[in-house]
Ligand binder design. Structure first.
Ligand SMILES: [Zn+2]
Length: 328
């Protein structure tokens, strides 16, 4: 599936699965948001339904009626199952309708495929109903689920799916995708890739909406400013950053992105700094701290991410970090 950028291993695994006749009935693509899980699931659906390719090729042809219909969201046997507009939860009615459809034979494809992004958004009643489909899938049904929080899913769901982990893309992969697929200029593509933290989805949106990029630079500047703020000010801001797990997780990720740059600059490698807009600040801070102290705080940031996943209190986690910032 060469049309997909990054995640070579995940792609190869799905491609291998289409060879022979033993495709699993349930797949779960896991990984952070905005790295292309749904895009890969839909490309896998194209590969499974494609009528134009040689059977040993890992690419959908892109030209047969089936490939074109899936690309336009118009294939009768490939459904993207999402919550109603404006809702966050996938309601039971949608799940029931999906299960009803799953009991019917495909109308024109080889399979009946349901792509369900962010399966954790499914209401518990829906999940229970879905489990039955997972237990006894009709022979022609394939479920392609995605999740950025697989640890919240029922063990019974996890045990019935082939789990395919996906990772954020490298800055090079994001930049290449932006310039090849979305015709973003090379300079702009590299700048966005440096701020995207491997999230191609975010980079594509930011290429269309400059305010997203401005907002991210602003957030990074705020985090950079913590290093020179007073103790009281750091505590105050840390409290505001850790109001809940989700925002703490997001802030920690950005903070780590920024602090990697500080470590690079401290080690004299500021040409590798990814958040180009903040290069001067990274250099100043890196020089003042030195490599060892900069690295020690990077470790503290990574530890805090692990602690948060292990249910540490988000506010406390952020406050401890803010106090642990090495003094200049
Ligand atoms: Zn095709």
């Amino acid at each position: 599936m060469r049309a997909i950028y990054g995640n070579q291993q995940a792609r190869a695994r799905l491609e291998r699965a289409t060879l022979g006749n033993a495709v699993s009935h349930a797949w779960l693509l896991t990984g952070p948001s905005d790295i292309g899980k749904t895009t890969l699931a839909l490309e896998f659906a194209r590969l499974l339904q494609c009528t134009g390719r040689a059977p040993t090729d890992g690419d959908p042809c892109g030209e047969c009626a089936s490939c074109r219909k899936i690309a336009h969201g118009a294939h009768p046997d490939v459904a993207l199952v999402e919550p109603e507009k404006g809702k966050r939860t996938l309601g039971i009615d949608i799940v029931r309708e999906m299960i009803r459809m799953a009991s019917l034979a495909p109308t024109e494809g080889r399979w009946r495929i349901f792509v369900i992004p962010d399966i954790e958004r499914m209401a518990p009643a829906g999940m229970n109903a879905l489990l039955k489909t997972l237990e006894e899938p009709a022979p022609q049904v394939i479920l392609l689920l995605t999740s950025s929080e697989p640890e919240t899913l029922l063990p019974t769901v996890l045990s019935r799916c082939q789990i395919v982990p996906m990772l954020p893309l490298s800055p090079d992969e994001v930049a290449r995708a932006l310039s090849e697929r979305w015709q973003v200029s090379d300079t702009e593509a590299r700048a966005l890739a440096g701020l995207a933290n491997g999230r191609l989805g975010w980079a594509v949106r930011a290429a269309e909406k400059p305010e997203l990029r401005e907002q991210r630079i602003h957030e990074l500047e705020e985090l950079a400013g913590l290093a020179t703020a007073s103790r009281d000010e750091r505590l105050r801001r840390a409290g505001a950053l850790g109001t809940d797990v989700e925002s703490a997780r997001r802030v920690l990720e950005l903070w780590t992105l920024w602090w990697r740059d500080v470590v690079l600059a401290a080690g004299g490698a500021s040409h590798l700094v990814t958040s180009g807009a903040l290069r001067t600040q990274a250099e100043r801070l890196g020089r003042a701290l030195g490599v060892e102290r900069a690295q020690a705080f990077l470790r503290a940031l990574l530890d805090a991410q692990l602690a948060l996943e292990a249910n540490a209190n988000p506010r406390l986690t952020m406050e401890v970090l803010a106090l642990d910032l090495p003094p200049l």
